[in-house]
Design a protein around this ligand. Structure first.
Ligand code: 13P
Ligand code: SF4
Length: 319
């Protein structure tokens, strides 16, 4: 009882502070359930970047990880962007530095650089296009076929994009997200045996995505029931389809939203241990403190911001 009262008091305080400060709360689909529930906008990386680009709020409280808040700050130089915990990083964004990208570009003069949005502002500043899992195929297709492409940093998403675009002149950085890479082909095989009628939803960052594409080509997976989608794409799909049972191969936090929006459908995590420790660092208490004490303001120098903005804007323009 006391715990419930405390939680409600925190929620009330956050709502009050939000109004006082003309703030908007953005949250990624992997956040804790109580953060998802209090968000004004909940979405995948692309939807959140789009919202950040057009909001008229004075303060953006970003419940996600550092690169997402940094992207919002790049898009909004005149707004205050808050990340409630500065330790909310991303193992994928850490898998390539600006120094490494500079050296890679020198080996491939003239190549177009496509950076997943899960990268630092310094890496974005050296890139031609950004992309997210929702639009990576469209972004690579927008580059003339004769131009070489350097795709970074996720090797599973890169392999997926290479296959979908049929592009041979595409080099892929060998980075990975430890959470998604941990969802193995064997996890998918065993859970499919337990639930043979379920539809299979796979995030392209997953360790199982490459093998799933091969299995699809070999007819070892049901073509009509296997879908490779961004987190936003998954949420949309489960709402629209009449099917009722799903295996979800991505970070497990998304299941809260799926279940909430579709109480009569059943969802199974492909791997129950696929939990992003960075996303779970944002709590109600930290969100309240963020709005109350301006914790922690994400700032990008104007010189860096101008350079990092170009590939983000090109991505937003594509779709
Ligand atoms: P999306 O929400 O864009 O699918 O990305 C998943 C992810 O891992 C974000 O860190
Ligand atoms: Fe980064 Fe992976 Fe966590 Fe997404 S799930 S924020 S890619 S570590």
């Amino acid at each position: 009882m006391v715990a419930i009262d405390l939680k409600q008091a925190l929620i009330d305080e956050i709502i009050m502070l939000k109004k006082q400060r003309n703030a908007i709360i953005l949250a990624h689909n992997y956040e804790l359930p109580e953060i998802q529930d209090i968000a004004d906008v909940l979405g995948d990386s692309l939807a959140l970047a789009r919202t950040a680009a057009k909001t008229d709020a004075d303060v953006i409280a970003f419940c996600g990880v550092h690169f997402m808040a940094e992207t919002a700050a790049i898009l909004n130089p005149n707004k205050k962007v808050l990340l409630p915990d500065l330790d909310a990083g991303c193992s994928l964004a850490d898998s390539i530095t600006a120094e490494q990208l500079r050296a890679w570009k020198e080996e491939h003069p003239g190549a177009f650089v496509v950076a997943y949005v899960n990268t630092t502002a310094e890496v974005k500043a050296l890139s031609d296009y950004c992309c997210t899992s929702a639009n990576a195929v469209d972004v690579v297709n927008a580059i003339p076929a004769e131009n070489e492409v350097l795709f970074l940093p996720d090797m599973f998403l890169g392999a997926y994009v290479k296959r979908m675009t049929g592009r041979e002149n595409m080099q892929i950085w060998m980075g990975e997200c430890h959470v998604h890479a941990g969802i193995a082909p064997t996890d998918v095989e065993s859970i499919m045996q337990e639930h043979p009628d379920a539809e299979l939803l796979i995030h392209p960052e997953c360790g199982c995505s490459t093998s799933s594409l091969y299995m699809l080509a070999e007819n070892a997976l049901p073509d009509d029931r296997t879908h490779i989608l961004s987190t936003g794409g998954m949420l949309k799909y489960v709402e629209e389809t009449p099917n009722r049972e799903f295996i979800v191969a991505t970070e497990t936090g998304i299941i809260h939203q799926m279940q909430k929006n579709n109480p009569n459908k059943t969802f199974h995590a492909a791997n129950r241990t696929a939990i992003c420790p960075f996303m779970k660092m944002i709590t109600l208490e930290k969100l309240r403190d963020a709005l109350k004490y301006d914790r922690y303001v994400i700032e990008v120098s104007e010189e860096l911001r101008e350079k990092a903005l170009k590939p983000i804007e090109r991505m937003i323009a594509i779709g």
